[in-house]
Design a protein around this ligand. Sequence first.
Ligand SMILES: NC(=O)c1ccc[n+]([C@@H]2O[C@H](COP(=O)([O-])OP(=O)(O)OC[C@H]3O[C@@H](n4cnc5c(N)ncnc54)[C@H](O)[C@@H]3O)[C@@H](O)[C@H]2O)c1
Length: 281
Amino acid sequence: MLYTPTPDTLYHPPPHHIDPLGYSRVAIITGCSSGIGLATTQLFLAHQFQVVGLDVSPFNYNLLRVEDHGRFHFHQGDLTQPGQIEEGVRIANHFGGQVDVLVNVAGILDNFASADAVTDSDWDRVISINLTVPVKMMRAVIPFLKQRPEGGVIINVASTAGKSGAVAGVAYTASKHGLIGATKNVAWRFRNEGIRANAVLPGAVDSSVGNRIAEEKGGGGVDLEGYKAVEPVHALQTKAIEVVPGITALEVARTILFLVSDQARTINGVELPIDRAWGVV
Ligand SMILES: NC(=O)c1ccc[n+]([C@@H]2O[C@H](COP(=O)([O-])OP(=O)(O)OC[C@H]3O[C@@H](n4cnc5c(N)ncnc54)[C@H](O)[C@@H]3O)[C@@H](O)[C@H]2O)c1
């Protein structure tokens, strides 16, 4: 059963309790070192998953409970580089038996430039990390997910920008639209082979990507014209946060955990907003 902890506390199962949600299941989580990926890693470990975390940034083990260390393996590497994805999957199969769950979280924001101003290097980097890597991760795990007796699960972290053209630059928007399309394709293709694939679409989350939007508007490498075009739509979400709390990385992680759980066994190919209705605009 999916346990619902009080806000911002993790699940603390009683000693010697076996949590059927995660016990003996292996999850790969990309982008585990920070934000949504970190919260997902912490929550999955609290539910007794074995987790292989992949990230280009170092991982701070102090952010894990000591009792969870033995079920966590971190591999540091840039997933856009040749061989890194295969190495991550190889570790997961070696570490835990065989991979059951893939959560594609790693991603980067763009600088809000539209098609008139996006540079080749920004386009290539954003598409590579946000779209090509998740698709290649799915390609690498699908043969193993098919073999899982209880079925394999893929969760792709897209964004409100995967539905809307009015919240980010052209590269980020295209990458997240593409990721939703890839999710649906995999959901349909493998629906009778024991694999579910779903996308979550967080709105503005209190994490690195979300904070960069808040902090860097008008500064750094932000495309000012592009930012001005999306700012009114962001303001709708900002105003909402003044009334109700913003969305936390842990709240996104809880939704991911739900989609991985057996309670979501009929949910396949959805694009699920986590945005307090921001995405309906
Ligand atoms: N924060 C938000 O407001 C928000 C909203 C919607 C969607 N998202 C999406 O959620 C995901 C996570 O966002 P976040 O706010 O937690 O970001 P974050 O920056 O806190 O975490 C992203 C992680 O991905 C890692 N990463 C980046 N490039 C990588 C690469 N090439 N190889 C391996 N790891 C790499 C980073 O090192 C980082 O640890 C992203 O896909 C983002 O697009 C975020």
